[in-house]
Design a binder for this molecule. Structure first.
Ligand code: GLA
Length: 344
């Protein structure tokens, strides 16, 4: 196993960006860079042992800086939307940056996907990784409290990519960190033939601005029922705009449990996601429209990638019936997600 650091260019203000290449003994290779603590590429063998890159993105840093719909990024301080960029906490009304119509999305105008993180390699028994850290200042994008964050990516010899998060604060604040890779287990084309299973009996319906209504609705007899495998495309026409919904995981969160399994029939690649989070946002790449030219000069058309973002539910700070995302001084935010790869 190995971890190697290389330069990956500079941001417009001259800050150096580094990329770390993690390799295990089974043919998996992950590249993560300090800009956005972003997973830039992930090479995984198919059933014949042929490696392919299964995440969308760019060949060079420039693309990520110019136009990045969160390809591979760490997202925060709050992943997904907060209605009108506003919430009340301990009697105080906080106003966040709004960057998605009238709403706050993925941490605001300059979220964690757009900052250069500190990084150091880590080596364990049977794994290699990179530890990223960032101090998100009190008031950043409107959030209260200095938030000290670490995010560790590790690659294991069991063909797992683990992402573990920790954070502490000096004022009460909402925290909801996630990872935003766009996967395509075939490595090309659209993802509609990928077979998806989600361990969720309910989901959170949304309004026209993709804000949850507050309802927790059973998936039974609906296109949201992935309790048994269905292709992503089978019922997508029945979902207005495509899938972009939070699923309420059976585990309830707080413990490690299998959240989803994706099988790509042509390559045989399988990805299983386990998490301690109570929710999973399934996004079927609906806003990709061919205007982005990604790796290898290929245009990313609608549904060319899917995201499965482990998280708390969108707009939780305004939804008292959703699991709380409030971190208080003295407490430690902890979250773990594991992507396990195989082929059949
Ligand atoms: C998330 C959101 C989507 C979209 C993408 C990024 O998955 O739920 O609505 O904003 O991020 O384009």
């Amino acid at each position: 196993m190995n971890v190697q650091k290389n330069p990956f260019g500079r941001t417009p203000d001259g800050t150096a960006v580094e990329i770390y290449t993690l390799t295990n003994d089974k043919g998996l290779k992950a590249r993560v860079m300090t800009y956005g603590a972003t997973l830039v590429s992930l090479e995984v063998p198919d059933r014949k042992g042929k490696s392919g890159d299964i995440v969308l993105g760019y060949d060079a840093l420039e693309g990520y800086i110019k136009n990045n719909p969160y390809f591979g990024s760490i997202v925060g301080r709050y992943g997904n939307r907060i209605a009108k960029g506003r919430f009340v906490l301990d009697g105080i009304t906080y106003e966040l940056a709004t960057n998605n119509g009238e709403n706050h999305l993925h941490g605001g105008i300059k979220g964690y996907d757009k900052i250069v993180w500190k990084a150091e390699p880590v080596r364990g028994d049977g794994d290699v990784g990179v530890k990223f850290s960032y101090l998100s200042k009190d008031g950043e994008e409107g959030y209260p409290g200095n938030l000290n964050i670490t995010v560790v990516y590790t690659l294991t010899n069991d063909n797992e990519l683990k992402i573990s998060y920790e954070a502490t604060t000096d004022k009460a604040t909402p925290v909801n960190l996630t990872h935003h890779s766009y996967f395509n287990l075939a490595g090309e084309g659209d993802v509609l033939a990928h077979e998806l299973t989600i361990n969720a009996d309910a989901y959170t319906p949304v309004d026209a601005g993709l804000i949850p209504t507050g309802e927790i609705r059973p998936v039974k007899d609906s296109p949201f029922d992935f309790t048994t495998p269905h292709t992503m495309g089978e019922r997508i026409a029945l979902v207005e705009g495509g899938y972009d919904h939070n699923f309420v995981l059976r585990s309830g969160g707080g413990m490690m449990d299998l959240a989803a399994r994706v099988v790509e029939p042509k390559s045989g690649r399988v990805m299983e996601i386990s998490t301690t989070e109570p929710g999973l946002q399934f996004y079927s790449g609906n806003f990709l429209d061919g205007t982005i030219t990604g790796k290898g000069g290929k245009a990313y058309l609608k549904h060319y990638g899917f995201c499965l973002e482990t998280q708390h539910f969108p707009d939780s700070p305004n939804k008292p019936n959703f699991p709380s995302t409030i971190l208080r001084p003295g407490a430690v935010y902890k979250s773990l997600t594991i992507h396990k790869f195989s082929a059949r």
